[in-house]
Every structure is written in C-alpha cells, then in structure tokens.
Design a protein around this ligand. Structure first.
Ligand code: SF4
Ligand code: SF4
Ligand code: FES
Length: 245
C-alpha cells in the first residue's frame, strides 16, 4: 500500500429543524444526526449523505450546487447562507440548521422563496417597460460599458432570500420590499431602455415599505452570498429621491 495514511475527520453533530406543516401530527422539533467529516465537505453533500444514509424523509432544496440557482438558502448556526457554498470546515463541530424565516415553510429546511419573489416583482413592476414597440429589423442599440456593468452588478441577484431572512425589517413587515426588492428597482431605474421616469419609481420605493423602512444595520449586505452592494443601492435610491425635482 502506498500513499498518505487516512486520518479520520471530525465527528460532526447536525441539529436540524424538522416540521411538516402539511401533517397535523407533525410537531416542530430539532433532530440530531452525526456524520464523519470528509475533506471539502459542503452542507449540500452532508445533507444528501444524511438523507441517503440516515433519514430519507429529510426535506431541503438544492439544484445547481454552485451558488447560481438560489434554492439552498438556510440558517446555518443562526446566519443565512447557501448550503452548497458553505463548507463544514468553516463551522464548529455542532451545526444547527433552520429554514429561512420570512418565507413560507414547505417542510424541514425547505421554504417557498418563489412566491415571495414573484409578489415582489409584481409589486415593483420589476421588468422593462419598453420605450417603443420591438422592431426585429432595427439595429442593436449600443450601451455604454460602465452603465452596462452597473446594471449587470445589480442583476447578479440569484433570489436566494438570504438578505430577506437576515433583514429585521423584512421579518417584521411583510410589505417591506426588502433589500432584494430595492436592488431590483435600482437595477431597472438604471436601464436606459425603460420608459419610466425616476418619479414613477419613487412611487414604488418611497415610504416605510420601501427605502425609508430600511434601518441601515447592514445585515443584508453582510449575508448576501453574491456580495451585492445592497447598502450602496439603498443610498443610491435615497440620494436620487432627494436630488430629483
Ligand atoms: S440595511 Fe436595511 S435592507 Fe439591509 S438588512 Fe438592514 S434594514 Fe434590511
Ligand atoms: S441580494 Fe443577495 S442575498 Fe439577497 S436574494 Fe439576491 S443574491 Fe440573495
Ligand atoms: S444549490 Fe443552487 S445556489 Fe445552492
């Protein structure tokens, strides 16, 4: 036999929230699972191993495994994070997992972020209202590089819901647009193809359910797995409102 001797990894203790709201007999509780740590173990792999080897009824969401689809947000030791992007090596021996708050619970760690984001998009009309009818024969319109980069920066949101779960205001006020909603408005405000004037957008974001509801404690920016500059977005919207006549 050649090669390095294998050393046993840490014995990790997972305490996982269990509850099935569809089952009247189900009671919210924490369930403990143990798993031997292996190199580069992510929560995505750990949860799949627990489900395959210990409890096939465990519910959680994953699709892309690479921080793109936004479906694996959960509270990891109390902090919103993506399960696929979180390595157990960055965590202590005891790992507590809860579903993201704010969103409707489907079961265990699985939540319905889709309905929240669809309602937010409808509330903000977060899409392009074109200035003129689409002409398939027209030449492609050019956009300034810096402007397209600024739009792209705000477009990187993967709608994972981590910022919403971290935001104290979103937890208390279901009508608050939340950091992801304000980011979406800021993204379309920048877009020169959109027909709406700044004043139309202010109707959407002014007030306590919009940018003035934010208390600026930075939890959104601190937890966004895509590192979006969410506080800068809020400052941009406020500044625009104060300086636009
Ligand atoms: S800074 Fe504002 S939007 Fe971000 S988490 Fe705090 S209250 Fe919510
Ligand atoms: S802004 Fe960041 S944390 Fe919030 S939903 Fe988008 S990617 Fe997730
Ligand atoms: S599985 Fe897609 S973001 Fe984690």
């Amino acid at each position: 036999m050649t090669g390095e001797p294998t050393t046993a990894g840490r014995l990790l203790r997972f305490e996982i929230f269990r509850y099935n709201p569809e089952d009247p007999a189900s009671v919210p509780r924490m369930q403990t699972f143990e798993l031997r740590e292996t190199p580069y173990l992510s929560l995505f792999i750990a949860l799949n191993r627990i489900r395959e080897e210990q409890d096939p009824s465990l519910q959680f969401d994953f699709a892309c495994r690479s921080a793109i689809c936004g479906s694996c947000g959960m509270l990891v030791n109390g902090r919103p994070a993506l399960g696929c992007k979180t390595l157990t090596s960055a965590l202590p021996d005891v790992i507590r997992l809860h579903p993201l708050p704010v969103f409707k619970l489907i079961g265990d760690l699985s939540v319905d972020t889709g309905t929240w984001f669809r309602e937010m998009v409808e509330k903000t009309a977060g899409w392009i209202e074109p200035k003129s009818a689409f002409d398939p024969d027209a030449e492609e319109e050019r956009m300034d590089d810096d402007l397209s980069q600024a739009i792209y920066e705000r477009d990187r949101c993967i709608e994972c819901g981590c910022c919403i779960a971290a935001c104290g205001v979103s937890n208390l006020n279901a009508d608050f647009l939340g950091p992801a909603g304000l980011n979406r408005v800021a993204r379309f405000m920048l877009d020169p193809r959109d027909a709406r004037a700044d004043g139309d957008w202010f109707e959407v974001v002014a007030g306590a359910d919009g940018v003035f509801g934010c208390i600026g404690m930075m939890a959104c920016e601190d937890t966004c797995p895509k590192e979006l500059p969410l506080l800068e977005v809020n400052a941009y919207l406020r500044r625009k409102m104060l300086t636009t006549r």
